[in-house]
Write a protein that binds this ligand. Structure first.
Ligand code: DC
Length: 230
């Protein structure tokens, strides 16, 4: 069977990663979470004190150091899923914290950051057989992807999902309103940045998963995949 590229883009917290991960497992493809790469760069900036007290990022220092930031994925034999590594240190938990979520939109709007990560992502997908999720995968990273999905869901539903995830990870300090406001802010920044903005590719299929179950969604995706690969 021919190998294709699957690009899944959409808003924050609409279950893209869960969906992309299960689809990849189901069809035997490699899964790459491009958001984790932007989160890892944001974590690097926090760890290296590149944000001042007002939250402004020292872009010149980041520009000087960008080539020292190594991001990779290694398969975790226990979970069967790839963990994110920043300079050879596992950062899977740190990159999902609110501290990183609050800084990642600023970092991901910087053209030289996008240029570097897009090049890395394109290299990862050179052999096809990949499912990658993000914001600009179907438009910029893999404009020729054979299967493109654009996912959306109502903001309150997405915020509730992210809130439940934080609670399940033991974060009882973050309020629902904070999560909702962070999410709507990120939606706005993602859609309005000049470089690689979040937008549906002309040839992407729209999926609103506000009111469908994870199982229904997976069946829909696998059916679409099978229609495309035959
Ligand atoms: O999918 P996520 O919420 O983990 O992504 C984290 C941030 O990274 C998000 O605010 C937007 C940004 N991002 C991006 O700009 N381009 C991508 N391809 C993936 C994520």
């Amino acid at each position: 069977m021919k190998k294709i590229t699957v690009a899944i883009d959409g808003f924050s917290s609409c279950g893209k990663s869960t969906m992309a991960k299960s689809l990849a497992k189901n069809i035997g493809y490699t899964y790459v979470d491009s958001g984790a790469m932007y989160r890892a760069v944001a974590l690097y900036c926090i760890q290296h004190n590149m944000f001042d007290a007002t939250g402004t990022l020292d872009i010149n220092t980041l520009n000087r150091e960008i080539n020292n930031i190594d991001i990779s994925f290694k398969l975790n034999p226990l979970s069967g899923i790839a963990d994110t590594y920043l300079n050879n240190k596992i950062v899977e938990a740190e990159i999902r914290t609110m501290a990183v979520s609050e800084k990642v939109s600023v970092v991901s709007a910087i053209p030289f950051v996008r240029e570097r990560l897009v090049a890395l992502q394109q290299e990862m997908g050179r052999q096809k057989g990949i499912v990658m999720d993000g914001r600009d995968i179907g438009t910029i990273v893999f404009p020729d992807a054979e299967m493109k999905i654009f996912v959306t869901a109502k903001p309150e539903i997405r915020a509730q999902r992210r809130f439940d995830e934080l609670i399940s990870k033991g974060d009882n300090n973050t309020k629902f309103e904070e999560v909702l406001s962070n999410l709507t802010q990120r939606d706005h920044m993602d859609m309005t940045r000049k470089d690689g903005p979040l937008k549906q590719a002309d040839d992407a299929i729209l999926l609103d998963n506000s009111f469908i179950t994870v199982d229904e969604q997976m069946k829909w995706l696998v059916d679409k995949f099978n229609e495309i690969v035959v």
